[in-house]
Design a protein around this ligand. Structure first.
Ligand SMILES: C[S@@+](CC[C@H](N)C(=O)[O-])C[C@H]1O[C@@H](n2cnc3c(N)ncnc32)[C@H](O)[C@@H]1O
Length: 270
């Protein structure tokens, strides 16, 4: 297993480098916004607990835990889960953290609020994947709980389709430099499958060490009406609101980050 990890070139197996290169959000402002959404749609109540689906390095979990919420997160990648666990030690030692798939995870407790940020949801490639995921989230949430999903706005993908722009950036933290060539390889959107794929190349200079890493991806394009229909079909959630410009000033290289939408789903009564 360790030998396999050592050979891996996937950036998700290097959570620290992933975080330096890709996490440029103002997490505090985003969490303020997420909590305000919850209060607004739940009669002024605040959530006591939150579940992060596809939690990555656990940046959101840390911010929620620091605000006193019970937190739970899971991710497909063991390296991400281990990293998130270390991040939370001493802050939320009883946090539930596990390696699991969004389509079939099970957690021990039930949560007031759930989130899925920065495109983890885009890994649900088919309508079946999405319905399976919503059913699993349903089982992990309290009655009336809210699920907030951040996704690229589809109009962004239509006005700047993959392959039409070049994008890359360099970030640095504690002497580690991460250069991302995001558009190294991009294939056009497959409109039949509603997915697009590509490969980003990442070069890391960590003091005396240099690594060439990759992020191969295939993502689904989601439309608000489709989300509403699938949520309804799942029998588990209904879409309460779609905030069409969830954009808190992130900058990727010289380019503003793509426009995001925040979809707010409420667990239906059983
Ligand atoms: C772009 S990162 C975002 C991470 C985190 N949500 C954030 O905002 O920092 C996507 C994450 O989704 C995870 N992921 C991809 N497919 C998954 C699946 N089927 N189940 C659970 N996690 C998955 C990846 O391992 C990765 O950590």
């Amino acid at each position: 297993m360790l030998a396999e990890m050592a050979r891996s070139r996937h950036i998700y197996d290097y959570p620290l480098y992933y975080e330096i290169g890709f996490c440029c959000n103002d997490v505090r402002r985003e969490v303020d916004f997420l909590l305000r959404c919850y209060q607004r749609h739940r009669g002024g109540c605040s959530p006591a607990s939150v579940l992060d689906n596809g939690c990555g390095t656990g940046v959101y979990l840390e911010e929620f835990a620091r605000r006193g919420l019970d937190v739970c997160g899971y991710d497909l990648r063991a390296a991400m889960v281990n990293y998130a666990r270390k991040r939370l030690s001493g802050i939320a030692d009883h946090a539930e953290l596990l390696q699991a798939d969004m389509r079939e995870f099970k957690v021990a407790n039930a949560y007031d609020m759930a989130i899925c940020m920065n495109g983890s949801f885009q890994y649900l490639l088919t309508p079946e994947d999405m319905v399976q995921h919503l059913r699993a989230v349903y089982r992990a949430m309290r009655e009336g709980g809210l699920y907030l999903v951040g996704l690229p706005a589809p109009e962004e993908l239509m006005s700047n389709p993959p392959g039409s722009i070049r994008s890359g950036w360099t970030r640095e933290r504690d002497g580690i430099e991460v250069q991302v060539d995001w558009t190294y390889r991009q294939h056009p959107i497959d409109w039949r499958a509603q997915t697009f794929s590509g490969l980003a190349k990442i070069r890391v200079c960590d003091r005396s060490k240099t690594l060439s890493l990759e992020l191969p991806y295939r993502y689904r394009v989601f439309f608000p009406q489709e989300l509403e229909a699938l949520a309804c079909l799942s029998g588990c959630f209904r879409v309460m609101s779609v905030y069409g410009d969830f954009h808190l000033g992130r900058v990727y290289g010289r380019m503003q980050s793509p426009k995001l939408m925040l979809v707010l789903l409420q667990k239906t009564m059983s």
